[in-house]
Design a protein around this ligand. Structure first.
Ligand SMILES: Nc1ncnc2c1ncn2[C@@H]1O[C@H](COP(=O)(O)OP(=O)(O)OP(=O)(O)O)[C@@H](O)[C@H]1O
Length: 378
């Protein structure tokens, strides 16, 4: 006969290693583990484990079921494991919400935050800002950082597609649980819109939406948060600066001189918002064809030009963090919902993006554009 308390103890130990895919914490810490029973039957010992889902329509119920079953597979003396998915009671849900929000400020990304925040800006659309953002986030996540991403590009929300997410966020007790893809917690304005309708939101609505992403989304403890801003210097960029005061700007440009001038203007937004500029990323730079020919579709030098103009305007060094070549692999992976950093890490684009990740990881928070809190002595 199997010792029931031994089996139960072993099962609990193993279940402590099962991480909830949305909350990114062990299910045993979240009150998701219900009854664990061991019964001797004709076919042998049956272990029955009750798992309480946060909400009935939990989109990840299949994943949770499979993770629990895999964790309990091969337990000594157990002939069969039954995973019984139930739903938390309103009281259990309220207790979980309290546990998750206890001691956290309403805005977890205020001045005191330990999260490093990058707001990714570009002068104009189509320069690859979202592709770069998704890949940088994936690159950091692959290095073990805890990463969040807010897609605030209202008119061109492309991040869910780039990361292969079509799942809606789960709502629990007024909290929004963001889907997780490639290790990135992701929320997009596109997840809350009817995508067939053109978006005609005005500034205050956009501000409110972004505010909700900051305050109502359960982000947990993030090392890094990326925000994909709409192109240009519009309302959202100002709102992002207000809601996420420690954010640093990353400016994406193509090598084209005309694009660089516009990108430099977007970077100078930092003087208005007092955000530092972490650096410039040039995208769609020259690519080398298999026969050795160099194709510089968008010219060259734009990234360097933006870096110099911002260095001059902000009176502090703003470096060119990297130059990402035109690369059909980057485009194809984006269309397939796979960050190239993960799918083709040796491709020319991924190699350049990895250098940007290294540069950002190794430099501390920048001060360019930030007014220092000093007052003249008497
Ligand atoms: N280095 C690159 N090589 C090849 N294709 C690229 C590269 N960077 C981006 N692309 C492609 O260019 C297109 C535009 O990219 P993306 O949507 O990231 O731009 P964006 O600046 O975010 O645009 P918007 O702000 O208008 O949404 C996409 O099809 C993307 O796959």
């Amino acid at each position: 006969m199997t010792n029931a308390s031994d089996v139960t103890a072993q099962a609990r130990t193993r279940l402590a290693g099962v991480i909830d895919p949305e909350l990114r914490r062990p299910i045993t810490e979240l009150g998701m583990l219900g009854d664990v029973t061991v019964t001797d039957t004709d076919e042998g010992t049956v272990l029955r484990v009750q798992i309480r889902l946060t909400v009935a329509g939990c989109p990840l119920r299949g994943t949770i079921h499979d993770d629990v079953a895999a964790a309990l597979d091969g337990l000594d003396g157990v002939a069969r494991v039954d995973v019984d998915l139930t739903v938390m009671t309103p009281e259990q849900r309220a207790a979980l919400k309290d546990q998750l929000t206890a001691g956290r400020p309403a805005n977890p990304f205020g001045p005191e935050t330990l999260t490093r925040i990058f707001a990714v800006a570009s002068g104009k659309g189509g320069v690859g800002k979202s592709t770069v953002t998704a890949n940088l986030a994936a690159g950091f996540a692959a290095r073990g950082y805890s990463v969040g991403l807010i897609d605030a590009d209202i008119h061109g929300f492309s991040i869910p597609g780039l990361l292969g997410v079509d799942q809606a966020p789960t709502r629990m007790e007024g909290m929004i649980l963001p889907p997780v893809a490639h290790g990135i917690k992701l929320i997009s304005i596109g997840m809350f819109l009817d995508t067939d309708q053109p978006v005609a939101w005005r500034g205050p609505m956009l501000h409110r939406a972004l505010e909700q992403f900051v305050t109502d989304v359960y982000w947990g403890d993030l090392d890094l948060l990326f925000i994909d801003l709409p192109p240009g210097t519009g309302d959202i960029a100002i709102s992002a600066a207000q809601l996420l005061p420690p954010a640093e700007l990353l400016v994406v440009t193509t090598p084209q001189h005309a694009a660089a001038q516009v990108a430099a203007r977007a970077g100078q937004l930092s003087t208005q918002t007092q955000q530092p500029v972490a650096g410039v990323i040039e995208n769609m730079a020259a690519m080398t064809l298999p026969d050795g020919t160099v194709l510089d579709l968008f010219g060259s030098g734009g990234g360097q030009q933006v870096s110099e103009r911002l260095t001059e305007a902000l009176e502090t060094p703003v470096s060119l963090l990297g130059s990402v070549p035109l690369d059909p692999v980057l485009r194809a992976d984006g269309d397939a919902g796979e960050p190239t950093m993960l799918a083709h890490p040796d491709s020319p684009a991924a190699t350049a993006l990895d250098q940007v990740v290294t540069a950002l990881a190794s430099c501390g928070r920048g001060l360019a554009g930030r007014r220092l809190p000093v007052s003249p002595r008497d």
